[in-house]
Design a protein around this ligand. Structure first.
Ligand SMILES: CC(C)(COP(=O)(O)OP(=O)(O)OC[C@H]1O[C@@H](n2cnc3c(N)ncnc32)[C@H](O)[C@@H]1OP(=O)(O)O)[C@@H](O)C(=O)NCCC(=O)NCCS
Length: 330
């Protein structure tokens, strides 16, 4: 009988643009203040990409670091998956631009659109390709240039988001060595109106009117999103733990989507997980959507927060609405 192939995380990397924008800087753009932003969200600063720096550029830089940490070359890759809602162009995929910039002509490449859940959706997709034996070395990247799609007249959203990229190499591993033990994905399309960029697709094609009506910028019902996020993200952690056949107590670190520190702490309270087991870097990067969990994972690894043999939970929620979680034994 052939042995089961196990998928795991072989290396991680991340990239944040040079320009740091503090809450004080945001005060110059909209009627807001540091105290409001910090108490409502925990965000203190975020990074903004340069005008000529695209999602594929940030994705490539994060990918180069992930490859280095895995000890692989671009030519070792079989597949490149980019999770993003801020593609360089509607078509071709951002993954194709990354393939060229990285120098990986042999790799297949495609994007996935699952908003803030993109990176964790990608863990399931990459895991399935590895476990099926179809591919050996997969590059998974979450990358966003959200500042292109922000409504700078809407103080309720523009203070929340930032740009960046997080990457991981998913490959066959030995049992329990950085192994992806369980994954879970879900969606609820009835909540699609809560968070969206309405313009630019075939429903509201680009036109003078669509620009005048600011249809190409992000619209959000923050209060509703907040309520749903806390409930479904805590439920998703429980689901991933159940599928991994472990208890919540066995999880050493939860790496949640970094949208808002209050959401993260509320998830901890609902699950009975202490704050020291919740990874938080939203204070420094804001909400980077699909890039968020990938950047957080790389930060947690670099900070020495994950030790060999520990169980780590990933969880994310976003526009769609989409939801995803995973347990990895490090
Ligand atoms: C956006 C969010 C921080 C707003 O917090 P909130 O407590 O719900 O605040 P409200 O929207 O009720 O606004 C309260 C007041 O602050 C004001 N306000 C909104 N944005 C502001 C800002 N940047 N600065 C100052 N005041 C602001 C509002 O106008 C409102 O004023 P009013 O009472 O005079 O009308 C919060 O709802 C949230 O984080 N939601 C989830 C968003 C999210 O995570 N989205 C991504 C999911 S992947």
């Amino acid at each position: 009988m052939s042995q089961k192939i196990r998928a795991g995380i072989l290396g991680t990397g991340s990239y944040l643009p040079e320009k740091i924008v503090t809450n004080k800087d945001m005060e110059k753009l909209v009627d807001t203040n540091d105290e409001w932003i910090v108490t409502r969200t925990g965000i203190r600063e975020r990074h903004f990409a340069a005008d000529d720096e695209f999602t594929s550029d940030m994705a490539t830089k994060a990918a180069q670091k992930a490859l280095e940490s895995a000890g692989l070359k671009p030519t070792d890759l079989d597949l490149i998956i980019v999770a993003t809602i801020t593609t360089d162009m509607p078509t071709p995929s951002t993954a194709c631009f990354v393939q060229t910039k990285l120098g990986a002509p042999q790799a297949a490449a495609f994007d996935i659109s699952a908003a803030c859940s993109g990176f964790v959706y990608g863990l399931t997709i990459a895991r399935a390709f590895i476990e099926s034996g179809l591919y050996k070395n997969i590059l998974l990247i979450g990358a966003e240039k959200l500042t292109t799609f922000i409504d700078w007249k809407d103080r309720g959203t523009c203070v929340l988001f930032g740009d960046g990229a997080g990457a991981a190499i998913i490959a066959p591993v030995a049992e329990g060595k950085h192994e992806i033990i369980s994954t879970y994905m879900a969606a609820n399309g009835t909540e699609a109106d809560l968070l969206k960029i309405p313009g630019g697709g075939c429903r509201f094609p680009s036109s003078l009117e669509s620009v005048e009506n600011r249809l190409h910028t992000l619209k959000m019902d923050g209060k509703q999103i907040f309520k749903i996020a806390v409930k479904v993200m805590s439920d998703a952690v429980l689901e991933a733990a159940k599928r991994a056949n472990i208890s919540l107590e066995q999880i050493s670190l939860v790496i949640p989507h970094q949208a808002n520190d209050r959401i993260i702490q509320a998830i901890g309270e609902r699950l009975g997980v202490s704050p020291d087991k919740l990874f938080v870097n939203v204070d420094k990067i804001g909400n980077t959507s699909a890039a968020s969990v990938g950047i957080a994972l790389d930060d947690a690894v670099k900070a020495g927060k994950i030790k060999d043999g520990q169980y780590v939970a990933f969880v994310a929620f976003g526009a769609g609405t989409t939801l995803a979680s995973s347990i990895v034994k490090w």
